[in-house]
Design a protein around this ligand. Structure first.
Ligand SMILES: *[C@@H]1O[C@H](CO)[C@@H](O)[C@H](O)[C@H]1NC(C)=O
Ligand SMILES: *[C@@H]1O[C@H](CO)[C@@H](O)[C@H](O)[C@H]1NC(C)=O
Ligand SMILES: *[C@@H]1O[C@H](CO)[C@@H](O)[C@H](O)[C@H]1NC(C)=O
Ligand SMILES: *[C@@H]1O[C@H](CO)[C@@H](O)[C@H](O)[C@H]1NC(C)=O
Ligand SMILES: *[C@@H]1O[C@H](CO)[C@@H](O)[C@H](O)[C@H]1NC(C)=O
Length: 249
């Protein structure tokens, strides 16, 4: 399906996508797992999704699927913005400076359409880090199983749907990972298969550093996770709310 900025079309598409069947993980699963979802997702014709392990109950699964869908939506807006406005766009310059648009475009394609075979989200606190960091860790990447991500209970209460963007404060106030779909994007990027063995990494995380990369070190702006998170939040909020809600930089 071709991406369109026509809002009624977008909402009609989302409303009709089949989300009923949870993705149950099995060892022989392929990236075609979520085919009923991937065919329909806004802006991506070959979107792939992580598997959800059986330790996630129905409620967890529904919320994770909603987050995956938000990730697809927010990245579709971002990719469309790159295609429509290119490198002269104020949003692009703000977060990526004169960094390579080929890199940025490729990262979104990789995140959304590359094979996610073996990539697993689980809801048991396998390594105990949720319990050790209550009301702080929303999830973690497992050092001992590089394709696996644990989602902590704190994720479900702290991370919000994209539909709430701009409601609880500016992006600068709440941070991009306030939104479940953007937090999920950051979790994808912890996986070696998604970050290309740390070609993309968490080189700098404060807003000041992120902006400094865009202005003075664009080679690293396009390799830094948080530059992507701010970019997608900024583009999305401006796309759906007149004037957006970036806040004071
Ligand atoms: C996958 O299969 C292996 C061996 O058959 C088993 O040890 C492992 O627990 C399985 N993994 C999952 C997530 O079911
Ligand atoms: C996976 O496939 C193998 C061989 O095709 C089969 O023996 C095995 O039972 C399958 N495992 C699962 C969990 O479906
Ligand atoms: C980006 O701008 C900086 C500073 O103006 C310059 O040194 C660098 O060569 C530029 N990089 C590219 C890829 O154009
Ligand atoms: C699912 O698990 C969560 C904890 O992750 C729990 O709070 C919730 O009550 C469970 N829901 C159902 C329907 O069992
Ligand atoms: C850009 O950032 C990287 C990683 O923080 C650092 O190693 C490098 O020296 C920086 N380059 C410049 C020109 O500041």
């Amino acid at each position: 399906m071709k991406f369109s900025t026509n809002k009624s079309m977008i909402f009609a598409t989302i409303a009709t996508s089949a989300l009923a069947a949870p993705f149950i993980y099995d060892n022989n699963s392929t990236t075609e797992l979520a085919s009923s979802l991937s065919q329909e997702v806004l802006g991506w014709t070959h979107a792939t999704f992580p598997a959800i392990y059986q330790t996630c109950n129905e409620t967890n699964t529904r919320m994770l699927n909603a987050a995956f869908k938000d990730t697809a939506e927010v990245t579709a807006y971002a990719k469309n913005r790159l295609l429509d406005y290119g490198i002269d766009d104020a949003h692009y310059k703000r977060w990526f400076g004169n960094g390579s648009i080929f890199t940025v475009m490729g990262v979104f394609d990789q995140l959304m359409e590359a094979s996610k075979g073996g990539m697993l989200m689980r809801c048991d606190d396998a390594d105990g880090l949720c319990a050790a960091n209550p009301n702080y860790y929303a999830g973690y990447h497992r050092e001992s199983a590089s394709a696996e991500t644990v989602i902590c209970d704190y994720f479900y209460s702290s991370r919000k749907p994209l539909s709430t963007i701009c409601f609880e404060g500016t992006i600068v106030d709440v941070g991009p990972t306030h939104y479940a779909g953007i937090d999920m994007l950051h979790r994808y990027l912890h996986l070696p298969t998604m970050n290309m063995d740390e070609y993309i990494g968490e080189y700098a995380e404060t807003l000041e550093e992120v902006i400094d990369y865009a202005q003075n070190n664009a080679t690293f702006a396009v390799k830094n996770v948080d530059n992507y998170l701010y970019y997608v939040a900024d583009v999305y909020s401006t796309s759906v709310i007149p004037g957006g809600c970036l806040g004071e930089l």
